[in-house]
Design a protein around this ligand. Structure first.
Ligand code: SF4
Length: 126
């Protein structure tokens, strides 16, 4: 399974909302598999969540500027000290996220996302 950098935060905040029924079903399945200890490959760029997103056509079509989503993936990986194209167990990565990511970091990474209004209400980051 391939997961892109910034989706690590989306997975934590995911509570059953998304872009379409197919997207929600897929994201729910991915979150469940990750929590059941399936390994994933960390990537920058389109992943298994994007593959069922109505906005994915070769790259993310919700960007204001070409490449900004990849840039966000890259910055989050750097912040967490994780490596692209490396395999991880989600629970280990989740531990790193909760250790390093504070509320202000989450706000900084996610404030320009269209889901921020929702995630900012339910996010577990303190
Ligand atoms: S295509 Fe864009 S909006 Fe859709 S899941 Fe991927 S990053 Fe998110």
């Amino acid at each position: 399974m391939r997961i892109r950098g910034h989706h690590l935060l989306c997975i934590i905040n995911f509570k059953g909302r998304g872009y379409s029924e197919e997207f929600i079903e897929n994201m729910s399945l991915i979150k469940r598999k990750l929590e059941e200890k399936e390994k994933f490959l960390l990537v920058i760029g389109g992943d298994d969540i994007c593959s069922k997103c109505p906005y994915y056509k070769e790259n993310c079509q919700r960007e204001f500027k070409r490449g900004e989503t990849e840039e966000k993936d890259r910055k989050i990986l750097e912040f967490l000290g994780l490596k692209e194209k490396k395999e991880y167990f989600y629970k280990n990565v989740e531990g790193i996220i909760f250790e390093k990511m504070k509320r202000k970091d989450f706000e900084n990474f996610c404030k320009n996302c269209s889901w921020y209004y929702l995630c900012s209400k339910i996010s577990p980051f303190l």
